[in-house]
Design a protein around this ligand. Structure first.
Ligand SMILES: Cc1cc2nc3c(=O)[nH]c(=O)nc-3n(C[C@H](O)[C@H](O)[C@H](O)COP(=O)(O)O)c2cc1C
Length: 198
């Protein structure tokens, strides 16, 4: 699909065809693209939980303001982030590099994040948000629609998924075949309101 079309036609869709299924190849392609998203120091904080079980989807929907995307989408991905990615053998993020580069990056990662709790968490948000966008654009490239979602009870979802303390939910990305168009765009701010040249 043409890049400009992908950008323009990606909209947040509320209602999906519940009978539609994505093929394994399509799902793999979306994830393969998603994993190419950028992250600081290549930490790749994201952990993707694909919710296939319908009973679990219903339970998640109950703590997500009953939003229909949770049960109707073909692919429901809960993007979670690992708060401790920075301290878990960080040389693995540079596994293809020379040993001396691995050591250098390991030291840099430690010095950058050690004792910086807020930064550790902010980076998880940044990485996972990058991934969410790539996921939605990749889905659009295949002719599918999507919805990013944070309208859910974070504690309840963590509990339903038995997430360890260091793994936090960031957002859902629901993907599928739309059965209703998105509302007209709410209204983008003007360039002059948001872009400043220094
Ligand atoms: C972090 C985030 C959370 C969102 N949560 C929800 C949600 O829970 N339910 C929903 O229907 N849309 C949700 N949206 C979609 C926004 O409402 C939508 O992106 C915005 O209105 C702009 O519309 P567009 O994405 O179609 O351009 C969310 C978007 C973002 C970025």
């Amino acid at each position: 699909m043409d890049f400009k079309k992908i950008i323009k036609e990606r909209r947040s869709i509320k209602y999906f065809d519940e009978h539609h299924k994505l093929s394994k190849d399509e799902i793999n392609e979306i994830f393969k693209h998603t994993l190419l998203s950028p992250t600081a120091f290549n930490l790749q904080h994201w952990r993707f939980l694909v919710i296939e079980n319908n009973e679990l989807r219903k339970k998640i929907q109950e703590v997500s303001f009953n939003q229909s995307q949770v049960t109707e989408s073909s692919l429901l991905v809960i993007i979670t982030g690992d708060l401790d990615a920075w301290k878990k053998n960080p040389t693995k993020y540079w596994r293809n590099a020379d040993k001396n580069v691995q050591t250098m990056m390991g030291d840099m990662i430690f010095n950058f994040y050690n004792h910086r709790k807020q930064m550790q968490r902010d980076e998880v948000m940044r990485s996972c948000s990058m991934a969410a966008m790539t996921m939605m654009l990749s889905a659009k490239n295949l002719g599918y629609d999507s919805c990013p979602m944070d309208g859910f009870d974070f504690d309840a979802v963590s509990k339903l998924l038995n997430l360890p303390k260091n793994q936090i939910p960031i957002m859902f990305v629901a993907i599928g075949k739309k059965k209703k168009e998105a509302w007209p765009r709410g209204g983008q701010l003007n360039l002059s309101e948001v872009v400043t040249f220094y």
